[in-house]
Design a protein around this ligand. Sequence first.
Ligand SMILES: Cc1cc2nc3c(=O)[nH]c(=O)nc-3n(C[C@H](O)[C@H](O)[C@H](O)COP(=O)(O)O)c2cc1C
Length: 337
Amino acid sequence: MKTRITELLGIEHPIVQGGMHYVGFAELAAAVSNAGGLGIITGLTQKTPDLLAKEIARCRGMTDKPFGVNMSFLPSFNPPPYMEYISAIIDGGVKIVETAGSNPERYIPALKSANTVVIHKCTSVRHSLKAEKLGCDAVSVDGFECGGHPGEDDIPNMILLPRAADELKIPFIASGGMADARSLVAALALGADGINMGTRFMATKEAPIHDNVKQALLAASELDTRLVMRPLRNSVRVLKNKAADIVLEIEREKQGAVTIEELHEHVGGVYPKVMLEGLVDRGVWSCGMVAGLIHDIPSVKELVDRIMTDAERLVRQRLEGFFGGKSTKLAANLEPA
Ligand SMILES: Cc1cc2nc3c(=O)[nH]c(=O)nc-3n(C[C@H](O)[C@H](O)[C@H](O)COP(=O)(O)O)c2cc1C
């Protein structure tokens, strides 16, 4: 399939794996890129810029296809040395960066002068337009249903994507709630040029996370996520677990006047425990409503191939079939034997 995103990124299929803390290691990024999508290493999961350089080199040893690095600029008492991370990306020869969190303006000149494609991930039309103005090459638009940070506007993708299509000139990727061929075809119909998946890629063979996490995703339905940290205007969609219940209880008790310190034990530094040790109740961890559409743990290639094959069948049989005539015959040719 050819879209503005496959052309921009030099990939075969318009499927991107979003940066994920303690999930986006070289193994997953390389598997997605080898399957014809775009894999992304999560920059800040690597504790130093030096370690990120090593992770980039490790990924390059596993794939000769394009892959990217995610850089999330989040509010922090002790901000990481962002510019040094950006240098590690540039020096490592990575040509695609997914930025997220706050405004990436400070880092755009360095990235652009190294001919890096910048995809900014954001949750609103106004932030998408700002990214376009700053010179970003594409945006990933995260709807309210997404795992992780959905912003505070609460606009689901059925509205957000066509709104983005109406306003943006640069290509954009639909993110949040994407799981299968139906998601891809719907996203393209709504005006996007590709899809970004987070939660769905966690439930794959190559995702280098504990099996307990994958089993928790299989067991979850679309009803099993919660928004925590709303009172701090830093909402995060997480899987409903013991930690999420405790956080919500504290938030209720404090009637909105909660501080990050009061939640810290349950929200800070818990990812290694959850993702690597499999202690799924140790803290809150991001998960999208799309968990309700996850019923298996395929290899990344099986997942990507399935999405692309089913998407073609969906368009040529179901959609073209609705118009009757010639397309119905074409559809018949595509029926599995
Ligand atoms: C476990 C997990 C960790 C995530 N960590 C990050 C992160 O560090 N930086 C980032 O920009 N997005 C992060 N995200 C968001 C994803 O990149 C992606 O935008 C989101 O998962 C899309 O929604 P979906 O889960 O419905 O596919 C994370 C998502 C998950 C599920």
